[in-house]
Design a protein around this ligand. Structure first.
Ligand code: ZN
Ligand code: ZN
Length: 342
């Protein structure tokens, strides 16, 4: 089969011919119908994260059709439409048993530690397959598995309650999902902070109050809209020290700031005024949980969550085109979401 693979750190991905993966007793073989290209893939290609092995097929946002099932597979049938949870966990260790399987002792991520979805086929354990209803396209199903799932988990970590206010810093794929899911969780006002007009327009179409940080001070603007109180929840989805600071600063009493964007830059905090004095919380959110995904897929089926407008480019399983997309993500020249359809 064809697979687009990382052969060497910092070098373009290559198209290779490799054998169709074999499956073990509890595995399934999936014919890939859509694989999202994620900003993380640009980080992996650049060598900013250690890979399981090389060469490795990238791609952790995968949807497709089940081609073959192992003899002990009971919950998935051949021909079924599925999307795939990207973390393969053991299901037996302490963290798996306490509902935090992203910290499984032996967790491995598809497209990072084991071969992913930039290929015609992928093999995964049965329990990683989430049924994908006919109403959701493979392309949407694939992107649900990363950006939307991460936004969903972050909102769970934030413990959003009915009637609360939420500020979303960064209106990319994560942000657009976060806005819709926050409203579905009962938030009465959702502020969307970004510096790009087209993104802010899209955010307001999904019911958010746009805050154009290229023109106004985001924190002051949020305070103005909340009668000086600040928000109950702020999500930082960009990964910049400046916006992390703004997310924390925009909180009201007992507010929760959830940090989702990745950076290794430190931030400084006024511990009394920003945290202790108002009993604010700063919460980290990492990945998402298998148990969250069927709920998320059902929300997409019911159109509570619409990600169809997040996907803006479909490309074939072609190394040059994929590398070009990763270059664009790397340079932030263009962050439209592309999906590979092999
Ligand atoms: Zn991703
Ligand atoms: Zn485990």
């Amino acid at each position: 089969m064809k697979a687009v693979r990382m052969v060497e750190t910092g070098k373009p991905l290559q198209l290779q011919q490799i054998p169709i993966p074999s499956i073990r007793e509890k595995d399934i073989l999936v014919r890939v119908r859509a694989a999202g290209i994620c900003h993380s893939d640009a980080h992996y290609r650049a060598g900013r994260s250690s890979m399981g092995r090389m060469p490795i097929t990238l791609g952790h946002e995968v949807a497709g059709e089940v081609e073959l099932i192992g003899p002990q597979v009971t919950n998935v049938t051949a021909g079924e439409r599925v999307c795939l949870h990207y973390n393969i966990s053991c299901g037996e260790c302490y963290h798996c048993n306490t509902g935090n399987e992203q910290f499984c002792d032996t967790v491995r991520m598809i497209g990072h530690h084991v071969d992913g979805g930039y290929a015609e086929y992928i093999a995964v354990p049965e329990r990683n397959a989430i049924h994908l209803p006919d109403e959701i396209s493979f392309e949407e199903g694939a992107t649900l598995m990363c950006a939307s799932a991460t936004a969903f988990h972050a909102l769970h970590k934030a413990r959003v309650k009915t009637g609360e206010t939420v500020a979303v810093f960064g209106v990319g794929g994560l942000g657009l999902s976060a806005i819709q899911l926050a409203k579905a969780s009962g938030a009465i006002k959702v502020f969307a902070v970004d510096i790009k007009m087209d993104k802010l327009e899209l955010a307001s179409e999904y019911g958010a109050i746009p805050v154009d940080a290229s023109r106004v001070d985001a924190v002051e603007e949020i305070r103005k809209f909340t009668k000086g109180k600040g928000v109950n929840v702020a999500l930082e989805l960009i990964g910049l020290p400046k916006t992390m600071g703004q997310a924390i600063e925009s909180l009201g009493v007992m507010g929760r700031a959830v940090i989702v964007g990745l950076t290794n830059q430190p931030i400084s905090i006024d511990t009394y005024n920003q945290v202790l004095g108002k009993e604010a919380e700063i919460i980290g959110s990492n990945d998402h949980l298998l148990q969250e995904l069927p709920v998320l897929v059902d929300m997409a089926r019911r159109k509570i969550l619409d990600t169809s407008r997040v996907i803006s480019q479909i490309i074939p399983l072609d190394a040059d085109k994929i590398n070009k997309r990763l270059d664009d993500l790397e340079n932030y020249t263009d962050d439209v979401r592309a999906v590979i359809v092999p």
